[in-house]
Design a protein around this ligand. Structure first.
Ligand code: HEC
Length: 112
């Protein structure tokens, strides 16, 4: 009996910390979108003639891997953005590395 209560508590704790982490991650992702390059990705991407990132992720047309390639190498009018992303205050504060920052950004883009 005691053991099963302990097991239940452990499962609840793991579940709880998992969801707290997911929230923190997409919160940091939102800050990346809003603050990179000072004015955010939306400065360009909220214009209809440029790729609509939220729609692309939702439609499965922009994968985590292709996001990483574009961010690191740039693409046409899209500037390289990895360094700018790592400069965003909440990314530094969370102590995120590049992979974690890209995970957070991708999670945010898929969440809206
Ligand atoms: C100076 C304007 C500008 C800024 C700032 C900018 N982008 Fe872009 N981005 C573009 C343009 C223009 C394209 C289309 C490039 C092409 O297809 O030739 C693009 C393309 C992309 C693509 C590829 C989409 C596809 O169709 O495959 C991704 C992903 C992307 N941007 C992510 C971001 C993210 C994330 C940020 C913020 C960190 C950002 N961009 C900031 C202009 C910008």
């Amino acid at each position: 009996m005691k053991k099963s209560i302990l097991a239940l508590a452990a499962v609840a704790l793991i579940g709880l910390s998992g969801s707290v982490f997911a929230d923190e991650s997409s919160e940091v992702g939102a800050k990346i979108y809003e603050r990179s390059f000072g004015r955010g990705c939306g400065t360009c991407h909220d214009i209809a003639s440029n790729p609509q990132l939220f729609e692309l992720v939702k439609a499965g047309k922009l994968t985590r891997a292709s996001l990483e390639t574009v961010i690191k190498e740039g693409k046409g009018g899209m500037p390289k953005a990895m360094a700018a992303i790592m400069e965003v205050g909440p990314v530094k504060k969370a102590g995120y590395g590049e992979d974690q920052a890209l995970d957070a950004l991708f999670a945010y883009l898929g969440s809206k």
